[in-house]
Unconditional design. Structure first.
Lengths: 119, 108
């Protein structure tokens, strides 16, 4: 069955960077795009961007361009999201979510990684 | 960027009642690009409806979606206690994805 398993919770200081991983299994990794969506405490969902695991091409939300980098490792079926210059407003749960190419929606989600930014 | 506005913010209904949730876009959205998700506390969102009106795998038929252009509706025909959740609409346009702010459904 499809599984997306996140790395563990992180606590970071303002100005630092965080790198979160999401390991996929149960399907052909390179045939599905992977997106990152975050959710601040008590707030809604915010799309951050996506990566095509087949070729590594990315598309970032305008808000995060210049501050986020998404990469993948096809040998392990893992995608990564690195966010720089963290502030308290980046405190959130970060989800990876799978998209069948051109489906334009997210059919499987990981359990999320809580990132806390605090001095 | 296309902004999605959901209403109402909270809906409080009894089991067996019908829930109607609205999602309005700031500009026209292709029906094939509109989806709905359900999120219960502490869990990841779950895809309910895609392409505005198609149910995702395993979703009960009491959930239905409709609409076109700038106005989309999610209907839950007969509420059950497990439908207590926050519901989000989501769209794709101009290489960007956006979500509505969510509607909370409470079961009395």
């Amino acid at each position: 069955q499809v599984q997306l398993v996140h790395s563990g919770a992180e606590v970071k200081k303002p100005g630092a960077s965080v790198k979160v991983s999401c390991k996929a299994s149960g399907y052909s990794f390179i045939n599905y795009h992977m997106h990152w969506v975050r959710q601040a405490p008590g707030q809604g969902l915010e799309w951050m961007g996506m990566i095509n695991p087949r070729d590594g091409n990315t598309n970032y939300a305008q808000k995060f361009r210049g501050r986020v980098t998404m990469t993948r490792d096809t040998s392990t079926g893992t995608v990564y999201m690195e966010l720089n210059s963290l502030t308290s407003e980046d405190t959130a749960v970060y989800f990876c979510a799978r998209e069948k190419p051109a489906a334009l929606n997210f059919d499987y989600w990981g359990q999320g990684t809580l990132v806390t930014v605090s001095s | 960027e296309i902004v999605l506005t959901q209403s109402p913010g909270t809906l409080s209904l009894s089991p067996g009642e019908r829930a109607t949730l609205s999602c309005r876009a700031s500009q026209s959205v292709s029906s094939s690009n509109l989806a709905w998700y359900q999120q219960t506390p502490g869990l990841a969102p779950r895809l309910l409806i895609y392409a505005a009106s198609s149910r995702a795998t395993g979703i009960p038929d009491r959930f239905s979606g409709s609409g076109s252009g700038t106005d989309f509706i999610l209907t839950i025909s007969r509420l059950e206690p497990e439908d207590s959740a926050v519901y989000y609409c989501q769209q794709y346009g101009s290489s960007q994805y956006t979500f509505g702010q969510g509607t909370k459904v409470e079961i009395k």
